[in-house]
Write a protein that binds this ligand. Sequence first.
Ligand SMILES: [Zn+2]
Length: 237
Amino acid sequence: MAARWAEALLKLQRVDLKIRELEARLALLPKEMTELKNKRDAAVAEVNAAASAAKKIELERKGVESEIEKLNAENKRLQQQSAMVKKNTEYQAMLGTIALNEKKVGDLESRELELMDRFEEARKAYRKIRQDNEAAVNAIRAEFDELVAFAGDLKKEIAQLKEERPADIRGVDGETLARYNRLLAGKDGIAPLVRVENEICGSCHLRVTRQALTNMQKGAVTSCENCMHFIYLEDVE
Ligand SMILES: [Zn+2]
C-alpha cells in the first residue's frame, strides 16, 4: 500500500488520466474530418475534370462540323453561280475556290473523325473515374459518419468520467490538490503523481534525495526535488 494521501490521489489520477487521454483523442478528430472532406472534394473535382475534358472535345467537334457545313454551303452557292458566269477566268477562279474548299472539307472530316474517337475515349475515362470515385466518396462518407459517432461516444464518456470524478478527496489538503491540478494541466503528459522504484523517480528518472525517501517512508506528502512531481512508495506501512 502507498501512503493514504497517495492512494487517494491515485484514485483521482486514474480518472483524470483517462479523461486526458480521451480529450486528446477527441482533439484529433476535427483534423481527421477535414482530411476526409478534402479527399472527398478531390474525388469530386477529378470527376468534374474528366467530364469537362470530354465536353471540350465534343465542343471542338461541333465547331469542325459547322465549319464543314459552311464550306459545303459555300461550294453549293459557287457551283450555282459558276453556271451563270461568262468569263472563263472568273469561272476558273470559282472552280479553284471550290477545289480548295473541298480539300479543306476533306481535312476537316478527318479531324472530325479523330475528335469522335477522342471523345469516345474521354467518355469512357470519365465513366470509369466516376464509378471509381463514387465508391471512394461513399467510403469516405461512411468513415466520416463513423468519426461523428465516435466523437459523440468520446464526449459522452468524458462527461460521465467527469461526473464520476471523486469530488471530495479525503486525506489530501487543498494546497496539494491545487498543485496536483497544475501538474495535470502541464504539457509533459506525465502523471502528476509517480511511483518511486529503486529510489528512482518515475517522472524524471533521477535518484530521489535522502530527505524525500525519509518523508515518503513517514507517509508525508512528498515531491521530487528535481521535477516537482508528487512521488510515493508502494510499500509504506
Ligand atoms: Zn522527478
